[in-house]
Ligand binder design. Sequence first.
Ligand SMILES: NC(=O)c1ccc[n+]([C@@H]2O[C@H](COP(=O)([O-])OP(=O)(O)OC[C@H]3O[C@@H](n4cnc5c(N)ncnc54)[C@H](O)[C@@H]3O)[C@@H](O)[C@H]2O)c1
Length: 329
Amino acid sequence: MKEIKAIDYSIWIGENSLSKLDISTYSKVAILVDENTKRDCLFKLPQIENALIIEIKSGEEYKNISTCNFIWEQLTINNFDRNALLINLGGGVIGDMGGFCAANYKRGLEFIHIPTTLLSMVDASVGGKLGINFKGFKNQIGLFNNPNSVLIYPKFLETLEESELKSGFAEVVKHALISDNSLWLKLKNTPFADLDWKDIIDTSVHIKNKIVLADPFEKGERKKLNFGHTFGHAIESYYLENGTPISHGEAIFMGMILETEISDLSEINKNEIKNYLLSNFALPYTPKKTYLHKFLLNDKKNQNEKINFTLLSGIGNCSIDNLFSINEL
Ligand SMILES: NC(=O)c1ccc[n+]([C@@H]2O[C@H](COP(=O)([O-])OP(=O)(O)OC[C@H]3O[C@@H](n4cnc5c(N)ncnc54)[C@H](O)[C@@H]3O)[C@@H](O)[C@H]2O)c1
């Protein structure tokens, strides 16, 4: 088992990580699940007597204030006090929303993330961002707050659908491209089906954690994690508006291709990245850039109407705050 030290908590990764679930000091314990993690993951946790199971519906569309009302209601009617614990057993939706509910219940309940998707293992559970969607805007309401610990048990991935696995994999590829050439070489030279997930998760969490430690509140260094996400979010919004949503991972793969094109990289590097992404992942068609303009102009990171990109300056290196006017794209 590996321990990675985050700001003020530990991330445990491996077959024995669930043995680090220590509930001895809490007055009560609740476990937040959706129907899938209840079916596929809950029974793999160590038995917790009298734990309250709070089940919500799976899906991004339920990451909202009504579901929070339900969670807070369950904690209230079951007399949870401030010394209780909430365990978030699920993907990024459960982690973001469960953490948000815990952080606001009675001014703060302790919580533990047990991520069950690749995306939540390598990305959402690390870094303290919590939140919910509001009025159609993603993560519009939220805060930074850290869990007590994060327990990553890679075997949860065995029941995850392949499309979800690939969606989370986009963040692994991003981590390699922005800061780890040796991880990139490993990904490039290993067929997807042969990847050693424990090893990939270790390296990927290490990269994200290092960046977050350097800049917890995204003032500088943490912006590196935005590579692929400026075009990626615009593409995701474009497909959503057209009534044919695509996965977050697909959008980020396409975003990484477009942002590789405008990066200051050799043609050899650009082709290496594009060939890898296009030959390994069946991606939807990339919309014309002009269709993306209105979404890009609404990006949270914009400065003086310029679009702010994190771009590659080599494979395993990147630079932040590259500003482009819409006409330059
Ligand atoms: N906080 C952050 O820093 C951060 C970073 C990236 C993404 N996010 C958020 O993460 C969310 C997306 O997370 P996600 O991709 O994990 O999606 P998700 O939480 O919706 O999970 C995807 C699906 O997989 C199912 N599932 C989860 N684990 C399973 C398992 N082991 N076996 C079978 N089915 C399982 C879920 O029920 C769901 O249907 C978004 O809301 C996004 O905003 C947050």
